[in-house]
Design a binder for this molecule. Structure first.
Ligand SMILES: [Zn+2]
Length: 186
């Protein structure tokens, strides 16, 4: 009996009521308060695909607070992609319109990282490489035409809204055609 009381008395001051209250608050927070979204998997996947596309190490930051579709630290390694775009870049074509826009955005920002500042030129190359990026990211040959169509649509909307992203040289067989005279565009 003495021994039991001794243990009990020893235990009490180490774990008083407020100790349990804190445990309860932590448990409540973990269970009911939604943790901040982590984009670790998505950003790694995008970084490695974009890195293959432009042959350079790329660090992607998926950011929900970004006011643009994408941003690049030229001529560094870091680029920022709108969080929802990172979310939808899965090879399921759940939202092909968003996925097409996300692909051309990633290709555009990654191309900037090679040291190019000219928006129209970078955008023109991205337009022509959306299919390459889609292939690197694991989209199938059946899915790619639809994605390219939506990427083109996103490109047109951008040029309508901000004319400096367009240029007459961004045209089949003109200066910025990456594969001139092959009959393929974009
Ligand atoms: Zn740009």
């Amino acid at each position: 009996m003495t021994r039991f009381i001794f243990l009990f008395r020893k235990f009490r001051p180490r774990f008083p009521f407020w100790g349990w209250a804190i445990v309860g608050i932590i448990a409540f927070t973990l269970i009911f308060v939604e943790p901040g979204q982590s984009y670790d998997g998505e950003s790694q996947r995008i970084s490695s695909a974009a890195g293959v596309l432009v042959n350079k190490e790329v660090h992607t930051h998926c950011d929900n607070e970004l006011v643009a579709a994408g941003m690049a630290d030229i001529p560094g390694r870091d680029m920022w992609i709108y969080g929802a775009y990172c979310d939808y870049l899965e090879d399921d074509l759940y939202e092909p319109e968003v996925e097409g826009a996300a692909l051309i955005t990633v290709a555009h920002e990654a191309r900037h990282l090679r040291g190019y500042y000219n928006e129209a030129k970078v955008e023109c190359w991205a337009l022509q490489q959306t299919d390459d990026l889609a292939r690197i990211m694991g989209y199938s040959d059946e899915q790619i035409p639809e994605l390219v169509m939506w990427a083109r649509w996103d490109h047109r909307k951008l040029v309508w809204a901000v004319p400096e992203y367009g240029n007459p040289q961004c045209h089949q067989d003109r200066a910025w055609d990456l594969t001139p005279r092959d009959g393929v565009w974009p």
